[in-house]
Ligand binder design. Structure first.
Ligand SMILES: [Zn+2]
Ligand SMILES: [Zn+2]
Length: 331
């Protein structure tokens, strides 16, 4: 599995950003990203230079748009054409999501608990959602140094609540990146797992997002797999483990070498956790290293709906989440 380092929420001069697509992509390349989604407000006009910028910077640019409406902002990624946001009203977001899917895209709640009107009209999510399975993801980490922010904690809890209710949806980060300015705050990365490495990268990336092959971090890359029984398949992030699968062992892999030199978390005092709808299944201390570590955990299957891995540690003096995987589901 190739893990593509992505920034999934960005703006340019085509909406309220203060950067061209080229400046944005060059800045992302410098930060070690492999891809970005351009999600200007209610327009896809900024994508006119997409191919030229991809060639100049080596980045994959996913065509997207941020639906910017009175009742909420919805990030969309991977569309082949514009899906019209103007008919969206509070009771019918599902028809909007269907339109995004019709054009090959994925749809997610943007910064759902950011302060709304009058500070930022529409920034707070107020759409009624009848079926959370129809949405693809929730942007649970918005901005820089995302894990310590209160509105992000609420978004992360919303995601966990929906998983506990039996819905299957992904969780991402997005910087909501408007301009090239230096920040010394930790920057989040959403890693998308490309199943077919020989396939078309942007299509594989959108598939990963829709299927939950997603891991989010401000440091090392954490991945999780339910290990195979003798001769059987292993189950990765976003997979649904069938009821008759006998494997009760999960493997968490922590890759400290990703984006080497571009993040630094001194004296982190890491703890790695395997969590689930039944709470924390196990928590262990973890030593940082330069390479990759594999850890094995027993998974008690009774009453289990989902599991995920979480890496916590001390960042800038605050004990917080450093990374989390998306879920593996159980039938
Ligand atoms: Zn927004
Ligand atoms: Zn935005």
């Amino acid at each position: 599995m190739k893990w593509l380092a992505c920034e999934l929420h960005t703006h340019t001069l085509h909406s309220d950003g203060k950067q061209t697509l080229h400046e944005l992509a060059a800045g992302a390349a410098k930060l070690g990203f492999d891809g970005l989604a351009l999600t200007d407000h209610n327009t896809m006009s900024g994508l006119a230079d997409k191919e030229a910028v991809e060639q100049a910077t080596g980045l994959v640019i996913l065509p997207g748009m941020e639906w910017t409406t009175f009742y909420g902002h919805m990030v969309t990624v991977g569309l082949s054409a514009l899906a019209d946001w103007r008919e969206a009203n509070r009771g019918n977001i599902h028809s909007g999501v269907s339109a995004v899917h019709h054009h090959g895209g994925a749809a997610g709640l943007a910064h759902p608990f950011r302060i709304g009107s009058p500070a930022c009209t529409g920034c707070y999510w107020e759409y009624e959602v009848d079926d959370w399975n129809s949405l693809d993801y929730i942007e649970v980490w918005s901005g820089t140094f995302a894990p310590i922010k209160t509105d992000n904690s609420r978004a992360f809890s919303l995601w966990t609540d929906k998983l506990n209710e039996g819905y299957r949806l992904a969780a991402t980060s997005g910087r909501d990146w408007h301009e090239q300015s230096e920040t010394d705050e930790p920057v989040s990365v959403t890693y998308l797992g490309l199943e077919d490495e020989a396939g078309q990268v942007s299509e594989e990336a959108v598939k990963a997002l829709r299927q939950g092959r997603v891991s989010v971090t401000i440091g090392p890359l954490v991945t999780l797999e339910l290990e195979a029984t003798e001769g059987g398949p292993a189950y990765g992030l976003g997979s649904i483990v069938p009821a008759d699968e006998a494997s009760t062992s999960a493997r968490i892999t922590i890759d400290f070498a990703v984006r080497s030199g571009l993040w630094d978390l001194p004296n982190p005092d890491y703890r790695i956790l395997l969590t689930s709808n039944n709470g924390v299944l196990e928590e262990r201390p973890l030593e940082a290293s330069d390479g990759t570590q594999d850890l094995h955990f027993a998974v008690p299957r009774e009453g289990l709906l989902w599991i995920r891995a979480e890496l916590r540690g001390i960042v800038r003096g605050v004990r917080t989440m450093v990374a989390f995987t998306n879920a593996i589901y159980f039938e």
